[in-house]
Design a protein around this ligand. Structure first.
Ligand code: HEC
Ligand code: HEC
Length: 497
């Protein structure tokens, strides 16, 4: 049966295109798109321009590849992993040496190959594992923007496998030469190789800084200050590695990139072109998904249902407030750095390890201004904001759409399992009311897309898949393979501790 709405809307769009093309054909129509439309499409050219550098991490520009290669080795090395705390796909409670970055970022597109919405390391994380590709274009790291760059994130992310002191000891045991070659000014302390029974030992086997200033001192705080500072310096260096390595992971040459950059109009099927027209028209996806990775570097609430429980358990997950939920942590770090600019435990762009602390501080002050502007309710005792307005509650960083056909499940919670379901959710103006925190952005509203149009949009999204790092290396043996497992051979089994 003929769908009248669809016929009606198509008919009008058809008339518009006819009118536009007869008026403008002579002045710049491109593959059936008007000059205005093509301008919008050009703003979506995948990976246009050089990847932006990280202003907080440019001191090692000359030895960039050396650092990236060490980051790559560590990315794959499971020997670092301490005992699993929650049984799941990584192994049983107590199993050691089972987890590395690659455990959760194991596919060609660096997502989790294991099924389910969220991933397990030595315990479960509560968000969907992101891909790790084309990340240089993001200003803030993670879907909440908890970290001000990949460096700060990189100082904590190995916590998915082990504590900072265990990491430092592991580096000393297995990567001493590589580490010291990468960081000749801050080599590893030889005392990291001593057993705890040695009278000269200062480092316990495991542990890290206490979780809050008010908590009781733990093994980390009991160490002499120079040993504490050494561990912090190692974390800062790891932050640099886990920034520089992921920056090598790019996915160029998607059909859509060739379509826009080269004006090779054969790259998109007629159906994908209709989808592109919807993306910049009726569905207005490009209000947020534009720029070289199709992401605007802002936070929006698009009504994504929460994940309520850790899979196969009755462990509830606190509803994710997104950007609102991390504001206070960022402000606490700002307060620490303002009280003590030399704090060794602050790893953001404003801290002592940063290559541009002035810029780092400015970005934190911008967050402070936003807190002042957007807070609705404060805790009378601590003055912390407990409720922000609709721009922050339930708002997440716009995700890149490059390679999106390869990165299911979707959104921060992993609750949507197919691209078709993603588009249907947008079409409905967000997930079911009450399934997410806060209120959807005014940009999210029912789109009245027909079944045909939903499938056209999905078709277009499929043209955003670029060549993975592994496939780039397979096609050209002269380039370094950034996807290869370059970890050193496994250590012999541990003797009793
Ligand atoms: C237990 C699973 C797990 C392990 C292990 C893990 N990650 Fe991730 N990774 C995640 C999840 C989940 C996300 C998405 C989190 C979010 O955006 O809220 C992510 C996202 C990332 C991102 C993207 C950040 C962004 O801004 O989009 C990078 C980079 C990354 N991980 C690097 C690493 C590195 C390096 C390691 C090892 C040191 C590692 N990951 C280990 C689960 C894991
Ligand atoms: C108001 C801004 C906004 C608009 C408009 C918008 N998006 Fe998004 N998009 C986002 C944000 C923010 C996220 C991440 C949300 C989250 O994780 O909770 C996202 C995530 C996605 C994802 C998930 C990517 C992944 O890897 O998990 C897809 C796919 C997507 N959007 C497609 C679309 C399409 C198609 C449209 C148009 C129908 C659209 N978006 C319109 C902001 C927007």
């Amino acid at each position: 049966m003929l769908n009248e709405t669809r016929f009606g809307s198509r008919f009008q769009v058809g008339l518009l295109i006819l009118a536009a093309s007869s008026a403008l054909a002579a002045c710049g129509e491109v593959d059936g798109f008007t000059p205005d439309q093509w301008d919008q499409i050009k703003k979506m050219e995948p990976l246009a321009g050089d990847p932006p550098p990280n202003p907080f991490n440019n001191r090692f520009a000359d030895t960039n590849d050396t650092l990236a290669k060490l980051g790559q080795q560590l990315f794959f090395d499971k020997d670092v992993a301490e005992a699993i705390k929650v049984a799941g796909p990584s192994g049983n409670i107590g199993d050691i040496r089972k987890v590395a970055c690659v455990t959760c970022h194991g596919t060609k597109y660096f997502t989790d190959a294991r099924p389910g919405p969220i991933s397990e390391g030595i315990s479960y994380l509560t968000t969907n594992t992101g891909d790790m590709l084309n990340l240089a274009w993001y200003d803030w790291t993670l879907s909440t923007g908890r970290f001000d760059s990949m460096v700060e994130h990189g100082t904590t992310v190995w916590g998915t496998s082990a504590t900072p002191i265990a990491q430092a000891r592991f580096l000393y045991t297995k990567y001493l030469a590589e580490y010291n070659a990468a960081f000749p000014d801050t080599p590893l302390d030889p005392r990291l190789g001593l057993p705890t029974t040695d009278p000269a030992s200062v480092y316990p086997m495991t542990g890290g800084p206490k979780s809050s200033a008010t908590a009781a001192d733990g093994p980390f705080e009991m160490m002499p200050q120079d040993a504490q500072d050494n561990i912090s310096q190692i974390r800062a260096n790891l932050g640099r590695l886990f920034d520089i390595y992921p920056r090598k992971l790019l996915t160029p040459e998607s059909p859509f990139q060739k379509y826009v950059r080269d004006r090779d109009f054969s790259q998109l099927s007629p159906k994908a072109k209709l989808g592109l027209g919807l993306f910049i028209g009726k569905a207005a996806c490009n209000e947020c998904h534009s720029g070289p990775t199709l992401a605007d570097n802002k936070f929006h609430n698009v009504g994504v249902p929460n994940l309520d429980f850790i899979p196969n358990t009755t462990t509830a997950i606190t509803p994710n407030r997104g950007r609102a939920g991390v504001m206070q942590t960022i402000l606490n770090n700002l307060a620490t750095i303002q009280a003590n600019p030399a704090s060794p435990l602050i790893f953001n762009g404003a801290g002592i390890y940063s290559d541009n602390p002035t810029l780092g501080l400015q970005r934190l002050l911008d967050v402070q201004a936003e807190d002042q502007q957007r807070c609705l309710t404060r805790d009378p005792k601590t003055n912390a904001c407990t409720l922000y307005d609709e721009t922050l509650e339930g708002a997440f960083r716009t995700m890149s759409l490059l390679n999106v056909a390869q990165t299911a499940p979707y959104f921060h919670s992993g609750t949507v399992t197919s691209l078709e379901a993603v588009v249907r959710q947008y079409n409905a103006g967000g997930g079911p009311p009450g399934s997410y925190v806060g209120t959807v952005s005014p940009k999210i509203r029912p789109l009245l897309l027909t079944e045909e149009e939903i499938s056209e949009l999905v078709e277009f999204l499929g043209t955003l898949t670029g060549v993975s790092p592994a496939d780039q290396a397979a096609a050209d043996p002269t380039i370094w393979n950034w996807a290869a497992n370059t970890a050193k051979p496994a250590l012999p089994p541990p003797t009793s501790p």
